[in-house]
Design a protein around this ligand. Structure first.
Ligand code: ADP
Ligand code: MG
Length: 247
C-alpha cells in the first residue's frame, strides 16, 4: 500500500526577476513501512520536496496525498492537526527548547496538541533510544548525538507513522553518525514506520534506504534499490556519484 503519493509536482520560487524551478515535475509513490533515502547534490530540490510532502510548503503545481488525504484539500487548522498526528520531522539542527528538560522536550508536541500522553509508548521510545538516564537533564548537558536522539523521540512521541528527516546526522562526527544510522535502522524495523530520509551523502543513502531516490535539478534521476543503482546506474551522473564513493 502507498502511504504517500506525489503527482506531477512542481515548485517555482520567484524573487524579483529570478525564478528557480526547485521541483521540476516529480511523481512518486512511497510504500507504507518503506525507508526511502533521497540523495543528490546541494540545490537539487531535496529539502523542497520533503517540505512539500510534509505540508510545510505548498507546491506551484501537483498533488500530495498522505493516507489517502489530499493535503491541499484541508484548511489551515485541519492541516496543522493532520501533520502533528501523522508526520514527525527531524532536521539537522536539533531545535530543542533550551529551558525544558529532555522529557519535557519529548512530550512538548503532545502537550501543544492537548493530546493524552501514551506514557508506555514514550517510555519505550526513551529506552529504545538509550535516553533513560538523561530525561531530567537539560539539552545543553547532552552531546550532539544524544540531542538528535531526543529530536527523534520527540518526532515519534505522538506515534506518527511517517518520519521525514532532512540531513539529520549532518552535524554529527563520523563515529556518532554511524551509531545513529544503526539506531535509526533498528527503530524503523521495530516500529514499522515509513521513513523519508534526506542525505547528500550517497554512502549513507545506500546504507539506509530500501530504495534510493537520486535527484538532480528538481527531477528524479533514478529511484531503485541500492543494489540496482550500484549494478545499473541510470546514467553517467549516477555512475559518477556511485562510482566515486562506493567502488
Ligand atoms: P537541497 O535540499 O537539495 O540542497 P533545496 O530544496 O533546498 O535543495 O533547494 C532547491 C533550489 O531551490 C535551490 O536552487 C535553492 O536555492 C532554491 N530555494 C529553496 N528554497 C527557496 C526559497 N525559500 N526561496 C527561493 N529559492 C529557494
Ligand atoms: Mg537541503
Amino acid at each position: 500500500m502507498d502511504i504517500v503519493k506525489v503527482i506531477s509536482l512542481k515548485k517555482k520560487y520567484v524573487s524579483g526577476k529570478i525564478e528557480v524551478n526547485a521541483i521540476n515535475g516529480i511523481d512518486l509513490n512511497i510504500k507504507k513501512g518503506e525507508f526511502l533515502a533521497i540523495t543528490g547534490p546541494s540545490g537539487s530540490g531535496k529539502s523542497t520536496l520533503l517540505n512539500i510532502v510534509g505540508g510545510n510548503e505548498f507546491p506551484t503545481e501537483g498533488v500530495v496525498e498522505i493516507n489517502k488525504r489530499i493535503l491541499s484539500s484541508m484548511n489551515d487548522e485541519e492541516l496543522t492537526i493532520f501533520r502533528r498526528r501523522n508526520i514527525g520531522f527531524v532536521f539537522q539542527r536539533f531545535n530543542l527548547i533550551p529551558y525544558l528538560n529532555i522529557y519535557q522536550n519529548i512530550v512538548l508536541p503532545l502537550e501543544l496538541d492537548h493530546a493524552d500522553i501514551d506514557s508506555e509508548f514514550v517510555k519505550e521510545l526513551i529506552d529504545e533510544l538509550g535516553l533513560d538516564d538523561q530525561i531530567f537533564k537539560m539539552p545543553d548537558e547532552l552531546s550532539g548525538g544524544q540531542q538528535q536522539r531526543v529530536g527523534i523521540a520527540r518526532a515519534l512521541a505522538a506515534n506518527a507513522r511517517i518520519m521525514l528527516m532532512d540531513e539529520p546526522f549532518g552535524a554529527l562526527d563520523e563515529i556518532t553518525k554511524q551509531a545513529m544510522q544503526d539506531e535509526i535502522l533498528k527503530l524503523h524495523r521495530k516500529l514499522g514506520i515509513t521513513i523519508v530520509f534526506i542525505t547528500h551523502d550517497i554512502r549513507e543513502a545506500m546504507k539506509l534506504g530500501d530504495r534510493v531516490l537520486v535527484m538532480d535539478q528538481g527531477k528524479i534521476v533514478q529511484l531503485d534499490t541500492p543494489e540496482k543503482i550500484k549494478k545499473e546506474p541510470a546514467n553517467e551522473f549516477v555512475y559518477q556519484l556511485v562510482g566515486q564513493n562506493l567502488l
